[in-house]
Design a protein around this ligand. Structure first.
Ligand SMILES: *Cc1c(COP(=O)(O)O)cnc(C)c1O
Length: 392
């Protein structure tokens, strides 16, 4: 069914892949706001329900706009299949429920999205799925945590907010030696900067809410991987449980994908310039950005990422009061925890995204009182720097 050339470059796939023009000859992809579809005959209806005939049935699991988004994102990640979901969290939930059963075990990076930790500990654990957490960059810790019943290794790279980088190929090899799957949440880089499947990962997860939308308008998610794991197993769960993406949101994300490469390069350029400015500032202890040469895993980041992406953090001297002073002095930046927006955002992780952690957990996660995270947007970098300078 593919109507695109898989040899096209990423920029071309991002604009063209997955579009199926209707008889109306529309140039831009249409939105199909319909819950069900009309069958030409009773026999055809029966054939579609039996799976003998291909075609739309019901928008919980078949919608042309959603399918276009799925095919385009699959092409960008280099995966056979993609299942779009109502949010990034439902992408993770659908994947784990579809692939795991009671008694299975997960090894996860400690440095993952906070709500994902809650999902594992509070909601999967009572169903008999236990998760062990390890340091993202410590391959020996990953090895040591694997048990006979381990099925999944899960991570985000680079991590948020400290931009630690995982060696995807090494962890994919480790997973496969132990009959496990490696699942990578590729939210921060997107396929424009990093393609985990090409480095050996089995499944890629997205919160499309972030850079795929890119303008902070809609919530959505996606799972990408091979036909069996994603196209059948995860799809089967979505079809039944229904955390489906709406066609309208799919259309927003489709339009987001068209400019993804340009945006990710621009976010990364701005973030690098901001990181370099902050690094030489006397009031700042340390800058965390995987595009900086001083980053401990700069070489690995250069190898597996096209650029550093738009998220960075830094530790200001003077703890929480100094950090809050910088945040409150900004006029251009938005004080909000979202990331991946054209608008730059600024947050204080210790009292917001990581506020529920105990002091010990914060220390373990490297979330200090002076830490500030910025999702660097697409404004002019001199204006962004001037805004942060006000409180410094
Ligand atoms: C935001 C986010 C999620 C959750 O996505 P939602 O679309 O908000 O449900 C998952 N992983 C990462 C890395 C995120 O940043």
């Amino acid at each position: 069914m593919s109507d695109f050339d898989e040899n096209w470059a990423l920029e071309t796939l991002a604009v063209r892949a997955g579009q199926h023009r209707t008889n109306e000859g529309e140039h831009s992809e249409p939105i199909f706001p319909t819950s069900s579809y009309v069958f030409p005959s009773a026999a055809e209806a029966a054939a579609r329900f039996k799976g003998e005939s291909k075609g739309n049935i019901y928008s919980r699991f078949t919608n042309p706009t959603v399918r276009t988004f799925e095919q385009r994102l699959a092409a960008l990640e280099g995966g056979e299949s993609c299942v779009a979901t109502a949010s990034g969290m439902s992408a993770i939930l659908s994947t784990f429920i579809a692939l795991l059963k009671s008694g299975d075990h997960v090894v996860s990076s400690r440095s993952i999205f906070g709500t994902t930790v809650v999902l594992f500990n509070k909601y999967l654990q009572p169903f008999g799925v236990e998760t062990s957490f390890v340091n993202l960059t410590d391959i020996d810790a990953w090895k040591a945590a694997i048990r006979p019943e381990t099925r999944i290794l899960f991570l985000e790279t680079p991590s948020n907010p400290l931009t630690e980088v995982a060696d995807i190929r090494a962890l994919a090899d480790l997973a496969h030696e132990n009959d496990c799957l490696l699942i990578v949440d590729n939210c921060l880089c997107t396929p424009a900067l990093q393609q985990p499947l090409k480095l050996g990962a089995d499944i890629v997860i997205h919160s499309a809410t972030k850079y795929i939308d890119g303008q902070g308008r809609a919530v959505g998610g996606a799972v990408v991987g091979n036909r069996e794991l994603v196209g059948e197993t995860v799809f089967g769960f979505l079809r039944t449980a229904g955390p489906s993406l709406s066609p309208f949101n799919a259309w927003i994300f489709l339009k987001g994908l068209e400019t993804l490469s340009l945006r990710m390069k621009a976010h990364s350029d701005n973030a690098l310039q901001l990181a370099q400015y902050l690094e030489q500032h006397e009031k700042i202890n340390r800058v965390f950005y995987c595009g900086l040469e001083s980053h401990p895993q700069y070489a690995l980041a250069q190898q597996q990422q096209l650029a550093g992406s738009g998220v960075l953090s830094f530790e200001v001297k003077g703890g929480q009061s100094a950090a809050w002073k910088i945040i409150d002095a900004t006029e251009l930046l938005s004080i909000t925890a979202n990331l991946g927006d054209a608008k730059s955002t600024i947050t204080h992780p210790a009292t917001t995204t990581h506020g529920r952690l105990s002091e010990e957990e914060k220390q373990q996660a490297g979330i200090t009182d002076g830490l500030i995270r910025i999702s660097v947007g697409l404004e002019n970098i001199q204006d962004i720097i001037a805004d942060i300078e006000k409180g410094l």
